[in-house]
Design a binder for this molecule. Structure first.
Ligand code: ATP
Ligand code: MG
Length: 430
């Protein structure tokens, strides 16, 4: 098939927006006689005039050939083998053209059949992610009409949508992610396939979905993402408790919390938010519901142990049955939730002098309280009181608040454990 080619006069991607390291990698691969292009989200975002999160390169060179060309390359992944080329903290992902199987409707467990550049595009997920960019000749190469879909602001799978979703259900989460991020329309057959395949989602690797959810919480579009995830019925498949809670919670406490997270992330410079804080915000509405009910059904106030138990129950419910929360994360989330009750007790105890705990995670708990004030401005006095108290008790020689505790714990416990999302065998498709 002849691709449609767009020149710089048409696409208008400024040459200086191309990442220099990605450009170097492409040039070096080409000098060694291989084909190489920029591909995926990097090209899409440049065409949308947005700053790409990362730059991926697609090449005819085999993984071992890539490794022998670059001293700073390592090969990763078994099911989806690719090279990471490191430049300081930046990583350029280089994957070999794959033929992929775009027609049989079964879960893909391995994707390492090499192919041509055209086949490589056809095994990708959405047309807007299937564009190659040749930085030397400044040309966009389009086999799938992705350029026109970008102009029309439409999301459309490459190939038959139902087959593509059954092959890799993570693509449905990615569809919702792009929909939330860019506010694009979904092409009708793609949308119908999303609705008919949503139950397939639980067949995918929990590590990959967990990672996608975390990335969305960090993306600045968390609120529209969870809203759409719920609206299209995927949230109920992944976390029935969260789906049910959203349906019946009249205050919809989760959405203002997510909105707060989004606005922190969109600040310039963005406020770094710990992943445990993000997950605690996700669990908080259900936890709050539980403790309020428990407190009214008992005649004595809940003690700290009972509150921690409720926090654990809410964590179990939100992440059941699909996700495995690493133990270290669970401990921190429990602390953040439990501390909310300490900051704002359930029953009115009058104005007391706050005693700031020495726990290095305390500032993070305060951050969660700050997020809650967005939906409940009546919490502002409590937030101000605790913030002032924690400033006046601040010890400048103390270890960095957020980092110290989790790191020390993690190092001891990590042996032989996998990081969420770091599963090298997940059927990655970049
Ligand atoms: P982001 O901006 O979030 O990085 P992205 O589209 O670049 O979005 P990546 O995970 O970096 O997402 O993947 C790079 C490219 O690999 C995609 O643009 C797409 O072409 C391809 N790809 C990623 N995941 C899949 C998948 N599950 N199935 C098919 N192709 C995929
Ligand atoms: Mg990307």
């Amino acid at each position: 098939m002849q691709p449609k080619v767009y020149t710089s006069d048409e696409h208008r991607i400024p040459a200086d927006k191309i990442d220099q390291h990605a450009f170097y990698v492409i040039q070096k691969l080409r000098q060694a006689g291989h084909k190489a292009y920029l591909v995926g989200g990097g090209v899409r975002d440049l065409l949308l005039n947005q700053r790409p999160k990362d730059f991926d390169v697609s090449t005819s060179a085999r993984p071992e050939e890539i490794r022998s060309l670059f001293r700073n390359a390592i090969l990763i992944g078994r099911r989806f083998r690719l090279a990471h080329i490191r430049f300081g903290r930046k990583v350029i992902e280089v994957s070999t053209f794959r033929s992929g199987d775009t027609e049989s409707a079964g879960l893909i467990v391995r994707d390492n059949e090499w192919g041509t550049e055209e086949q490589d595009v056809l095994r990708r997920d959405f047309t807007i992610n299937g564009l190659f960019y040749d930085p030397e000749n400044q040309m966009v190469i389009d086999y799938v009409e992705g350029y026109l879909d970008l102009e029309k602001r439409v999301l459309r799978t490459i190939g038959q949508p139902e087959v593509r979703f059954i092959q890799d259900p993570v693509r449905m989460i990615r569809l919702i992610k792009f929909c939330a991020r860019f506010n694009f329309d979904i092409d009708k057959p793609t949308f119908e396939a999303l609705l008919s395949c949503k139950q397939e989602i639980i067949k995918s690797s929990q590590a990959r979905i967990f990672e996608e959810l975390l990335r969305m919480l960090e993306s600045g579009s968390a609120k529209p993402f969870f809203h759409l995830l719920n609206q299209y019925g995927l949230l109920k498949a992944l976390s029935p408790a969260l789906g049910r809670h959203l349906d019946k919670d009249p205050e919809k406490l989760l959405y203002p919390l997510l909105e707060e997270i989004d606005s922190e992330v969109r600040k310039n410079p963005p406020a770094p938010l710990d992943r445990c804080l993000l997950l605690a915000a996700l669990v908080f509405p259900l936890f709050h519901d539980h403790i309020r009910k428990e407190a009214t059904s008992r005649d004595k106030p809940l003690h700290l142990g009972q509150i921690a138990e409720e926090a654990n129950r809410a964590i179990d419910e939100i992440f059941h049955p699909f996700f495995n929360i690493p133990r270290r994360m669970r401990g921190i989330i429990t602390f953040l939730l439990t501390t909310q009750v300490r900051l704002v007790p359930l029953e009115d105890r009058g104005q007391r002098r706050p005693r700031v705990p020495r726990d290095p995670l305390f500032p993070m708990a305060l951050q969660l309280l700050k997020m809650r004030t967005a939906a409940h401005p009546e919490l502002l006095p409590a937030y101000t009181l605790w913030t002032e108290a924690s400033f006046s008790s601040h010890d400048p020689t103390a270890p960095s608040p957020v980092d110290d505790y989790p790191r020390r714990k993690r190092r001891r416990r990590r042996r032989g454990r996998r990081r969420p999302g770091g599963n090298p065998d997940a059927p990655h498709a970049g």
